[in-house]
Design a protein around this ligand. Structure first.
Ligand code: FES
Length: 335
Protein backbone atom coordinates (compact mmCIF):
# COMPACT_ATOMS: atom_id res chain seq x y z
CA UNK A 1 0.00 0.00 0.00
CA UNK A 2 1.75 3.20 -1.12
CA UNK A 3 -0.90 5.65 0.09
CA UNK A 4 -2.32 5.78 3.61
CA UNK A 5 -5.41 7.49 4.90
CA UNK A 6 -4.99 9.87 7.82
CA UNK A 7 -7.93 10.80 10.05
CA UNK A 8 -7.44 13.80 12.31
CA UNK A 9 -9.88 14.02 15.21
CA UNK A 10 -10.18 17.47 16.77
CA UNK A 11 -10.82 18.06 20.48
CA UNK A 12 -14.45 18.90 19.70
CA UNK A 13 -14.92 15.66 17.76
CA UNK A 14 -14.67 16.75 14.08
CA UNK A 15 -12.97 14.23 11.74
CA UNK A 16 -10.77 15.39 8.86
CA UNK A 17 -9.62 12.73 6.36
CA UNK A 18 -6.98 12.93 3.65
CA UNK A 19 -4.49 10.70 1.84
CA UNK A 20 -0.80 10.61 2.76
CA UNK A 21 1.76 9.22 0.29
CA UNK A 22 4.43 6.81 1.50
CA UNK A 23 7.37 8.72 3.05
CA UNK A 24 5.26 11.87 3.33
CA UNK A 25 4.61 13.33 6.77
CA UNK A 26 1.18 14.03 8.23
CA UNK A 27 1.68 17.80 8.41
CA UNK A 28 2.68 18.09 4.73
CA UNK A 29 -0.20 15.82 3.68
CA UNK A 30 -2.71 17.85 5.69
CA UNK A 31 -1.48 21.09 4.11
CA UNK A 32 -1.72 19.51 0.65
CA UNK A 33 -5.33 18.65 1.50
CA UNK A 34 -6.02 22.26 2.56
CA UNK A 35 -5.91 21.81 6.35
CA UNK A 36 -3.37 24.14 7.96
CA UNK A 37 -2.53 22.97 11.49
CA UNK A 38 -0.61 24.92 14.17
CA UNK A 39 3.07 24.51 13.18
CA UNK A 40 6.16 26.62 12.68
CA UNK A 41 9.53 25.04 11.89
CA UNK A 42 8.31 22.02 9.86
CA UNK A 43 11.53 20.26 10.86
CA UNK A 44 10.92 18.70 14.25
CA UNK A 45 12.38 21.38 16.50
CA UNK A 46 9.70 23.83 17.71
CA UNK A 47 7.18 21.29 19.06
CA UNK A 48 4.12 23.24 17.91
CA UNK A 49 2.71 20.42 15.76
CA UNK A 50 2.44 17.94 18.63
CA UNK A 51 -0.49 15.51 18.69
CA UNK A 52 -1.29 11.95 19.76
CA UNK A 53 -1.63 8.93 17.45
CA UNK A 54 -4.53 6.79 18.68
CA UNK A 55 -4.52 4.14 15.95
CA UNK A 56 -1.99 2.88 13.41
CA UNK A 57 1.76 2.50 13.07
CA UNK A 58 4.11 5.26 12.06
CA UNK A 59 7.79 6.18 11.82
CA UNK A 60 9.16 9.33 13.45
CA UNK A 61 11.86 11.14 11.46
CA UNK A 62 14.73 13.09 13.07
CA UNK A 63 13.49 15.55 15.66
CA UNK A 64 14.44 17.38 18.82
CA UNK A 65 13.41 15.08 21.66
CA UNK A 66 12.99 18.11 23.97
CA UNK A 67 10.14 19.27 21.69
CA UNK A 68 8.20 16.08 22.32
CA UNK A 69 6.18 15.11 25.38
CA UNK A 70 5.68 11.47 26.39
CA UNK A 71 3.35 9.50 24.12
CA UNK A 72 3.00 12.26 21.53
CA UNK A 73 4.28 12.71 17.97
CA UNK A 74 5.38 15.72 15.94
CA UNK A 75 3.19 15.72 12.86
CA UNK A 76 5.92 17.29 10.70
CA UNK A 77 8.09 14.21 11.38
CA UNK A 78 5.40 11.54 11.59
CA UNK A 79 5.26 9.24 8.52
CA UNK A 80 2.34 6.77 8.54
CA UNK A 81 3.25 3.10 7.93
CA UNK A 82 -0.47 2.31 7.67
CA UNK A 83 -3.77 4.16 8.03
CA UNK A 84 -3.49 6.50 10.99
CA UNK A 85 -5.89 8.17 13.41
CA UNK A 86 -4.53 11.22 15.22
CA UNK A 87 -6.09 13.11 18.14
CA UNK A 88 -5.42 16.86 17.86
CA UNK A 89 -5.15 18.87 21.11
CA UNK A 90 -7.40 21.66 19.79
CA UNK A 91 -10.79 22.32 18.24
CA UNK A 92 -11.79 22.35 14.60
CA UNK A 93 -11.79 26.17 14.61
CA UNK A 94 -7.98 26.11 15.01
CA UNK A 95 -7.54 24.12 11.78
CA UNK A 96 -7.27 26.83 9.15
CA UNK A 97 -8.54 26.33 5.61
CA UNK A 98 -6.10 28.90 4.24
CA UNK A 99 -2.39 29.56 4.62
CA UNK A 100 -1.45 31.55 7.69
CA UNK A 101 -1.25 35.23 6.58
CA UNK A 102 2.16 36.87 6.23
CA UNK A 103 2.27 40.65 6.82
CA UNK A 104 4.80 43.44 7.12
CA UNK A 105 5.13 45.47 10.32
CA UNK A 106 7.49 48.04 11.82
CA UNK A 107 8.87 48.27 15.35
CA UNK A 108 6.98 51.05 17.11
CA UNK A 109 8.54 50.72 20.55
CA UNK A 110 10.83 48.51 22.63
CA UNK A 111 10.90 48.97 26.40
CA UNK A 112 12.37 46.90 29.21
CA UNK A 113 9.33 45.14 30.74
CA UNK A 114 10.60 43.47 33.86
CA UNK A 115 13.74 41.58 34.61
CA UNK A 116 15.14 40.11 31.41
CA UNK A 117 12.08 40.84 29.28
CA UNK A 118 11.22 43.38 26.61
CA UNK A 119 7.80 44.85 25.83
CA UNK A 120 7.85 45.01 22.03
CA UNK A 121 5.14 46.82 20.05
CA UNK A 122 4.84 46.40 16.29
CA UNK A 123 2.52 48.23 13.91
CA UNK A 124 1.20 46.40 10.84
CA UNK A 125 1.68 48.15 7.54
CA UNK A 126 -1.64 48.77 5.72
CA UNK A 127 -2.23 46.03 3.17
CA UNK A 128 -4.45 46.56 0.09
CA UNK A 129 -6.14 43.18 0.60
CA UNK A 130 -6.06 42.74 4.37
CA UNK A 131 -6.28 46.37 5.55
CA UNK A 132 -4.56 47.16 8.84
CA UNK A 133 -6.76 45.31 11.34
CA UNK A 134 -5.24 42.70 13.64
CA UNK A 135 -7.59 39.79 14.09
CA UNK A 136 -6.80 36.93 16.45
CA UNK A 137 -8.20 34.98 19.37
CA UNK A 138 -6.71 36.09 22.71
CA UNK A 139 -4.02 33.54 23.60
CA UNK A 140 -2.70 33.08 20.05
CA UNK A 141 0.79 33.87 18.83
CA UNK A 142 2.55 35.46 15.86
CA UNK A 143 5.81 34.34 14.29
CA UNK A 144 8.36 37.15 13.92
CA UNK A 145 11.20 36.85 11.41
CA UNK A 146 14.65 38.30 12.08
CA UNK A 147 15.16 40.76 9.19
CA UNK A 148 17.41 39.44 6.42
CA UNK A 149 17.13 35.82 7.62
CA UNK A 150 14.69 32.89 7.56
CA UNK A 151 14.84 32.63 11.36
CA UNK A 152 11.37 32.85 12.91
CA UNK A 153 10.28 32.76 16.52
CA UNK A 154 6.76 32.51 17.91
CA UNK A 155 5.59 35.01 20.55
CA UNK A 156 2.16 35.35 22.13
CA UNK A 157 0.18 38.54 21.73
CA UNK A 158 -0.47 40.41 24.98
CA UNK A 159 -3.07 42.88 23.66
CA UNK A 160 -6.49 42.55 22.03
CA UNK A 161 -7.60 42.41 18.38
CA UNK A 162 -7.77 45.96 17.02
CA UNK A 163 -8.27 48.05 13.90
CA UNK A 164 -5.04 50.02 14.30
CA UNK A 165 -2.64 47.20 13.49
CA UNK A 166 -1.05 47.15 16.94
CA UNK A 167 0.76 44.01 18.12
CA UNK A 168 2.08 43.87 21.72
CA UNK A 169 4.51 41.19 22.88
CA UNK A 170 6.39 40.39 26.09
CA UNK A 171 9.63 38.71 25.09
CA UNK A 172 12.04 37.10 27.52
CA UNK A 173 15.64 37.80 26.54
CA UNK A 174 17.28 34.37 26.45
CA UNK A 175 21.08 34.60 26.92
CA UNK A 176 21.95 33.00 23.57
CA UNK A 177 18.59 33.13 21.76
CA UNK A 178 18.82 34.35 18.16
CA UNK A 179 15.78 36.63 18.35
CA UNK A 180 16.89 37.85 21.78
CA UNK A 181 20.31 38.72 20.37
CA UNK A 182 18.64 40.56 17.50
CA UNK A 183 16.54 42.57 19.98
CA UNK A 184 19.50 43.31 22.26
CA UNK A 185 22.08 44.23 19.64
CA UNK A 186 20.40 45.25 16.42
CA UNK A 187 16.72 46.09 16.52
CA UNK A 188 15.60 49.71 16.61
CA UNK A 189 12.36 51.64 16.33
CA UNK A 190 11.26 51.89 12.68
CA UNK A 191 12.83 48.57 11.60
CA UNK A 192 10.66 46.43 9.33
CA UNK A 193 9.74 42.92 10.52
CA UNK A 194 7.79 40.18 8.77
CA UNK A 195 5.03 38.68 10.91
CA UNK A 196 3.16 35.44 10.22
CA UNK A 197 0.00 34.61 12.06
CA UNK A 198 -2.10 34.46 14.06
CA UNK A 199 -1.68 30.80 14.99
CA UNK A 200 -2.11 28.60 18.01
CA UNK A 201 -4.72 26.68 19.90
CA UNK A 202 -4.23 28.22 23.35
CA UNK A 203 -7.54 30.04 23.37
CA UNK A 204 -10.49 30.51 25.70
CA UNK A 205 -13.38 28.09 25.66
CA UNK A 206 -16.05 30.72 26.14
CA UNK A 207 -18.82 28.12 25.98
CA UNK A 208 -17.63 26.56 29.24
CA UNK A 209 -19.49 27.59 32.39
CA UNK A 210 -16.78 26.36 34.76
CA UNK A 211 -14.73 28.72 36.93
CA UNK A 212 -11.40 29.57 35.34
CA UNK A 213 -7.92 29.61 36.80
CA UNK A 214 -5.07 31.16 34.80
CA UNK A 215 -1.51 30.14 35.66
CA UNK A 216 1.40 32.08 34.16
CA UNK A 217 5.14 31.81 34.57
CA UNK A 218 7.57 34.35 33.08
CA UNK A 219 6.47 35.67 29.69
CA UNK A 220 3.68 33.07 29.75
CA UNK A 221 1.74 35.92 31.23
CA UNK A 222 1.43 37.61 27.81
CA UNK A 223 -1.35 35.40 26.34
CA UNK A 224 -3.03 35.24 29.73
CA UNK A 225 -3.15 39.04 29.94
CA UNK A 226 -4.72 39.06 26.47
CA UNK A 227 -7.38 36.55 27.60
CA UNK A 228 -8.11 38.47 30.81
CA UNK A 229 -8.35 41.76 28.91
CA UNK A 230 -10.82 40.10 26.57
CA UNK A 231 -12.92 38.80 29.49
CA UNK A 232 -12.77 42.25 31.10
CA UNK A 233 -13.91 43.90 27.88
CA UNK A 234 -17.03 41.71 27.87
CA UNK A 235 -17.55 42.09 31.63
CA UNK A 236 -17.38 38.33 32.07
CA UNK A 237 -18.74 37.34 35.48
CA UNK A 238 -17.51 33.74 35.86
CA UNK A 239 -15.37 33.07 38.94
CA UNK A 240 -11.79 33.67 37.84
CA UNK A 241 -8.42 33.34 39.52
CA UNK A 242 -4.95 34.36 38.33
CA UNK A 243 -1.74 32.76 39.59
CA UNK A 244 1.54 34.26 38.50
CA UNK A 245 4.78 32.59 39.53
CA UNK A 246 8.32 33.98 39.66
CA UNK A 247 11.59 33.14 41.36
CA UNK A 248 12.00 36.57 42.94
CA UNK A 249 9.78 39.61 43.57
CA UNK A 250 11.69 41.58 40.94
CA UNK A 251 10.49 39.09 38.29
CA UNK A 252 6.82 39.53 39.12
CA UNK A 253 4.34 41.14 36.78
CA UNK A 254 4.23 44.95 37.25
CA UNK A 255 1.59 46.03 39.76
CA UNK A 256 -0.01 48.33 37.16
CA UNK A 257 -0.85 45.31 34.96
CA UNK A 258 -2.41 43.48 37.91
CA UNK A 259 -4.47 46.56 38.82
CA UNK A 260 -5.69 47.00 35.24
CA UNK A 261 -6.90 43.38 35.20
CA UNK A 262 -8.59 43.54 38.61
CA UNK A 263 -10.32 46.83 37.72
CA UNK A 264 -11.89 45.25 34.63
CA UNK A 265 -12.73 41.91 36.33
CA UNK A 266 -13.76 42.78 39.91
CA UNK A 267 -14.45 39.11 40.79
CA UNK A 268 -10.91 37.97 40.01
CA UNK A 269 -8.67 36.62 42.76
CA UNK A 270 -4.92 37.04 42.32
CA UNK A 271 -2.10 34.96 43.80
CA UNK A 272 1.44 36.16 43.26
CA UNK A 273 3.75 33.24 44.01
CA UNK A 274 7.46 33.75 44.63
CA UNK A 275 9.67 30.71 45.18
CA UNK A 276 12.71 32.51 46.67
CA UNK A 277 11.35 35.75 48.20
CA UNK A 278 13.00 38.40 50.35
CA UNK A 279 12.34 38.34 54.07
CA UNK A 280 9.27 40.57 54.15
CA UNK A 281 7.34 38.94 51.31
CA UNK A 282 3.62 38.91 52.16
CA UNK A 283 2.35 36.84 49.23
CA UNK A 284 2.45 33.10 48.52
CA UNK A 285 5.86 31.49 49.00
CA UNK A 286 6.38 28.71 46.48
CA UNK A 287 6.05 27.90 42.80
CA UNK A 288 3.04 28.56 40.56
CA UNK A 289 2.07 24.82 40.60
CA UNK A 290 2.26 24.87 44.43
CA UNK A 291 -0.04 27.92 44.44
CA UNK A 292 -2.42 26.07 42.09
CA UNK A 293 -2.37 23.10 44.47
CA UNK A 294 -3.33 25.41 47.35
CA UNK A 295 -6.07 26.98 45.24
CA UNK A 296 -7.53 23.58 44.28
CA UNK A 297 -7.67 22.64 47.97
CA UNK A 298 -10.30 25.34 48.43
CA UNK A 299 -12.80 24.07 45.86
CA UNK A 300 -14.45 20.79 44.86
CA UNK A 301 -15.95 22.28 41.71
CA UNK A 302 -14.21 21.24 38.45
CA UNK A 303 -12.45 24.19 36.85
CA UNK A 304 -10.82 25.10 33.54
CA UNK A 305 -7.10 25.73 34.03
CA UNK A 306 -5.29 27.85 31.43
CA UNK A 307 -1.54 27.52 31.94
CA UNK A 308 1.30 29.08 29.97
CA UNK A 309 4.93 28.94 31.01
CA UNK A 310 8.15 26.95 30.85
CA UNK A 311 7.96 23.14 30.30
CA UNK A 312 8.95 22.43 33.93
CA UNK A 313 5.99 24.43 35.23
CA UNK A 314 3.57 22.65 32.90
CA UNK A 315 4.95 19.21 33.77
CA UNK A 316 4.52 19.98 37.48
CA UNK A 317 0.91 21.03 36.85
CA UNK A 318 0.18 17.84 34.88
CA UNK A 319 1.61 15.69 37.68
CA UNK A 320 -0.38 17.66 40.25
CA UNK A 321 -3.63 17.15 38.34
CA UNK A 322 -2.94 13.42 37.91
CA UNK A 323 -2.32 13.10 41.63
CA UNK A 324 -5.44 15.03 42.53
CA UNK A 325 -7.50 13.00 40.04
CA UNK A 326 -10.22 15.64 39.78
CA UNK A 327 -12.38 16.51 36.82
CA UNK A 328 -10.49 19.73 36.00
CA UNK A 329 -9.55 20.54 32.42
CA UNK A 330 -6.05 21.75 31.50
CA UNK A 331 -5.51 23.94 28.44
CA UNK A 332 -1.77 24.56 28.24
CA UNK A 333 0.84 26.31 26.11
CA UNK A 334 4.57 25.75 26.44
CA UNK A 335 6.95 28.68 26.19
S1 FES B 1 6.29 22.33 13.09
FE1 FES B 1 7.90 22.55 14.51
S2 FES B 1 8.12 20.56 15.36
FE2 FES B 1 6.66 20.31 13.78
Amino acid sequence: MSEREVTLVTRDGAELRFPCAAKDNVLAASEAAGYFLPAMCHEGTCGLCHARVTEGKYTMGPHNSAALQGGEVLLCRCEPDENLTVALPYNQAQVLRYKVPVRQAVIESMEPAWQNAVALTLRLQPDPEQGQAVEFSPGQYMELTIPGTDIRRAYSLANLPNWEGRLDFLIRLAPHGQFSTFLREQAKVGDAITVRGPSGSFILDESSVRPRCFVGGGCGLAPILSMLRHLGEFQDSQPTHLIFGANRESELVPQSDVEAVTAALPQIGVTLAVSAPEENWQGFQGTAPAALDAFLSQTDEPIDIYACGPPKMLEAIEILLQQRNRDDRLIAERL
